[in-house]
Design a protein around this ligand. Structure first.
Ligand SMILES: [Fe+2]
Length: 128
């Protein structure tokens, strides 16, 4: 089991290299704060907000996973080269369409083949 790294607000981190490391590995959830019960709801997860992650053969973001609490909702797999390839950098992004039945706590993980598993900020969704 890889080490699980948790997002910390990079505004509180003075070291530039550490800010880059944290941000470029963290999956950020982008969606509405409210969802309609039983209806399709789009949730975009983007790895990195201000910084870009490499897409090298031996170092890339390979999976993005979306949870509701402890329940896995969806997972996307990427292969090296899907986000620009060797020598290029990008913010891996995927949109999941899910259906929520009650208030939800969305959490995303991203796995980097070199730097392990990263968990982004939690997003609470009001469902009615
Ligand atoms: Fe990495």
């Amino acid at each position: 089991m890889p080490k699980l790294n948790f997002y910390t607000d990079i505004n509180d981190v003075a070291n530039e290299a550490k800010r880059d490391l944290i941000d470029r590995h963290s999956p950020f959830i982008h969606c509405d704060d409210h969802a309609k019960k039983g209806e399709p709801f789009d949730v975009r997860v983007q790895v990195g907000n201000e910084y870009l992650h490499p897409d090298d053969t031996d170092h890339y973001v390979s999976t993005v996973t979306l949870y509701n609490g402890q329940t896995k909702l969806a997972e996307a797999t990427f292969f090296a080269g899907a986000n620009g390839g060797q020598g290029n950098k990008a913010q891996t992004s995927v949109t999941f369409r899910v259906i929520l039945e009650k208030n939800s706590k969305l959490i995303a993980n991203a796995y980097c083949t070199k730097h392990g598993l990263w968990e982004g900020p939690v997003k609470d969704i009001q469902v009615a």
